[in-house]
Design a protein. Structure first.
Length: 328
């Protein structure tokens, strides 16, 4: 039974920690510890698309770098394919692929094809395998017809697709994708997401980090919410959303701050679960939308507020709530 479970989980992480030391002071220099990852434990199943979401500096990239053997853990254990990431690095690396956002790692003055040929030789792939593999990968990532163009002429989305092709050259079982759509336009992002889905359908296991909740909801089987180096929630997107299933979100638009609106919101305090302001909008989370809307309707008639929108709570609402509840 134990062996069966080991095969089902491609990644097992137990009490993983990473501490960095920053140097402080000019005359008296002191090492100051910074806990980037604090005692996290989780597993990823074979064929799963597992997401990690969280603010900048939450520890997502540090976790990915430890699991992809690029960074040594301070303490705790992580195993991939049943192999320890510290002790069995050389056995793990040929079976994993990874991409980190941006155009680093590509040679911009070379063509896409020459980039792939160069990296294929680094992987020591056989020449006959290289030709067929590159042809297939260019097709998969949608770069056929542009492979002879210099990478510097590629859009950011095309460069990211070339990154994915590079990560797939040696046909790895497991992929680490660190914010693959960051800084990419909506059309390019949609293409990347479609490609990620296709890779899962082809049997790959993927650990994805992202800032975008709609992306996590669309792609991931399970999501870990990371904040201040800790996993503060871990579940399926649907289960995470049930945390706010009974809540309705009412968004009101008010052209200027005014005392009457503030007073009305204060009167409704018992009906409001969460309140947030952004520019000229106020978002109200409530389990009693009828009473709140009745009270706000008079303000709409008097043009104190200009517009009211009503919607169900989204995964992003849940994420914001989780992060705020776990704020340091």
């Amino acid at each position: 039974m134990g062996m069966q479970n080991a095969h089902e989980n491609i990644i097992n992480v137990e009490h993983l920690n990473k501490i960095f030391y920053s140097i402080r002071g000019f005359w008296k220099r002191e090492k100051h510890p910074v806990e980037a990852v604090k005692d996290i434990s989780f597993c990823i199943h074979r064929g799963e698309l597992f997401g990690m979401v969280g603010p900048n500096g939450a520890g997502k990239t540090t976790t990915v770098k430890m699991l992809s053997t690029l960074l040594l853990p301070t303490s705790g254990t992580a195993s991939i394919f049943g192999l320890d990431v510290v002790k069995h690095t050389n056995q793990i690396r040929p079976r994993i692929g990874f991409t980190f956002g941006g155009n680093k790692g590509l040679y911009s003055r070379l063509s896409g094809l020459d980039n792939l040929k160069y990296f294929a030789e680094l992987y020591r792939l056989q020449p006959d395998i290289i030709t067929k593999r590159i042809k297939d990968l260019l097709e998969i990532v949608g770069l056929t017809g542009r492979e002879n163009d210099r990478v510097e002429t590629y859009s950011s989305g095309m460069q990211q697709r070339l990154h994915l092709a590079r990560a797939l050259l040696h046909d790895p079982e497991l992929l680490f994708l660190d914010e693959p759509t960051v800084g990419i336009d909506p059309i390019g992002s949609r293409e990347i997401r479609a490609l990620v889905k296709e890779l899962v359908e082809r049997g790959k296991t993927i650990l994805l980090t992202t800032h975008y909740m709609y992306e996590a909801e669309e792609l991931c089987d399970r999501i870990a919410v990371v904040n201040h180096g800790e996993i503060v929630a871990l579940d399926t997107p649907a289960s995470l959303k049930t945390r706010a299933a009974s809540e309705t979100v009412i968004v009101i638009h008010s052209p200027t701050e005014n005392h009457i609106l503030e007073c009305e919101l204060e009167n409704l305090r018992s009906e409001i679960g969460q309140l947030s302001n952004s520019n000229d909008t106020v978002s109200i989370h409530t389990q009693n939308p009828g009473r709140v809307l009745n009270a706000l309707a008079t303000l709409l008639e008097r043009q104190i507020i200009s517009n009211i929108e009503v919607r169900n709570a989204t995964l992003e609402d849940v994420y914001v709530k989780i992060i705020k509840n776990n704020a340091a």
